[in-house]
Ligand binder design. Structure first.
Ligand code: NAD
Ligand code: UDP
Length: 351
């Protein structure tokens, strides 16, 4: 039997983790989050125990972690609209609080699987040198060799990436000096149902791009393209990311003390391309071709996010390490992922 501590179990990735891992009757999960709104069906599962409220104020946290085999830490503020507007909270959440879990794992001798971000790579060498697309060594991101290139301090966008990078360095130092077993995960834009919230429907504020575009489609409003929508991302189905986690837990000897990119290089598109694909997915799903002509409108980053926003130009993961050590390879194409994700959103939130 394996006992897993899941911090941030009520969020997007956490909810999919529970869907997959609670199918296994030999798994027991202790989960923490502010709210269980996205994981209500699991609350009655006898193999899952939910602890609500702030993780770091739980008096029995250390005792409960000490009874688990592995600690998976997802808890973080990870919404780009807050990186430049609430940088103090972002740094607190992604480093100052998060390091306490790393310290506890080192003290208790527990394996920590810590979620970091692909954003630690910052902007590509191709961006900084103006070299263009011709040389993959200048834009591909590899766990061991690629430098982490963040922008200037006044570009507060990088508060998140910087805090996550410091957390990675802290975890690595705990490994070197105190023997912590760790795995660091760098997600490259996971997609799937239950990501973020839809403003005015089940939350307020500005979510990540998938939820922004989904809201626009549901409301039949223009899809906003920040600075022309030329930034590029690769997208991975969240279920395939969770499958990688399962392989890690099955192969601790190979997964421990490693950093893994989790992404799908075959699913690269510009944000404009993503908007077009989502319009098409909505049209295919509903049989209503008018979705195809919803306007794409340009908006400046300053108007959309406010002062201090900057963008990652491109995020192209190398995933050969996950293939070699875990035998993990993503297969779902972007149209398939978007179809499933929008099907869920339209079913839950109506048209
Ligand atoms: P999410 O916001 O949906 O989930 C995070 C959860 O942590 C939320 O439910 C939140 O309530 C909870 N949480 C945060 N601080 C807490 C606290 N102090 N007490 C209790 N609960 C707390 O985010 P996600 O998309 O599931 O991402 C999970 C992790 O993966 C984060 O660390 C994020 O930085 C990283 N990540 C995700 C992606 C992605 O594509 N989804 C990309 C890069 C990095
Ligand atoms: N973006 C956009 N329109 C939106 C929301 C986001 O053009 O309504 C852009 C954003 O500027 C970035 C990309 O989409 O270039 C991805 O944004 P997301 O919020 O998903 O986070 P990121 O991938 O930057 O971490």
């Amino acid at each position: 039997m394996s006992r897993i501590a899941l911090l941030g179990c009520g969020g997007f990735i956490g909810s999919h983790f529970l869907d997959a891992f609670l199918l296994d009757p030999d798994v027991r999960i202790e989960g923490w989050d502010w709210t269980p709104a996205k994981i209500l069906p699991h609350l009655t599962n006898p193999n899952f125990r939910f602890h609500s409220g702030d993780i770091y104020s739980q008096p029995d946290l250390e005792a409960l972690l000490s009874r688990c085999d592995v600690v998976v830490s997802l808890a973080a503020i990870c919404n780009p609209s807050q990186y430049n507007t609430k940088a103090l909270d972002v740094i607190d959440s992604n480093f100052i609080q998060a390091r306490k879990i790393a310290d506890l794992c080192a003290k208790l001798g527990k394996w920590l699987i810590q979620f970091s971000t692909s954003e630690v790579y910052g902007q590509t060498l191709a961006h900084w040198t103006g070299a263009g697309d011709s040389n993959p060594a200048l834009y591909e991101m590899g766990e061991e060799e690629t430098p982490l290139l963040l922008g200037p301090i006044a570009s507060q966008r990088w508060s998140y990436a910087c805090a996550k990078q410091l957390l990675e360095r802290y975890v690595y130092a705990l490994h070197k000096e105190k023997g912590l077993y760790f795995t660091l995960i760098r997600p490259f834009n996971f997609l799937g149902p239950r990501m973020d919230f839809l403003p005015g429907r089940d939350g307020d504020g500005l979510p990540r791009v998938l939820a922004c575009f989904t809201s626009s489609l549901l409301d039949r409003k223009p899809l906003p393209l920040v600075d022309g929508g030329g930034a590029r991302r690769t997208f991975l189905a969240v279920e395939e990311a969770v499958a990688a986690l399962r392989l890690m837990l099955e192969r601790p000897g190979l997964a421990r003390n490693q950093i893994f990119n989790l992404g799908n290089p075959a699913n690269e598109t510009t944000i404009r391309g993503l908007a077009e694909s989502m319009r098409k997915a909505a049209a295919d799903l509903t049989g209503d071709a008018t979705y195809l002509s919803l306007p794409l409108v340009d908006v400046t980053a300053e108007e959309f996010y406010g002062e201090g926003y900057a963008d990652s130009d491109r995020r192209m993961p190398r995933i050969d390490k996950a293939l070699r050590l875990l035998d993990w390879e993503p297969r779902q194409g972007l149209p398939e992922i978007l179809h499933r994700t929008l099907e869920y959103a339209f079913r839950i939130h109506g048209r």
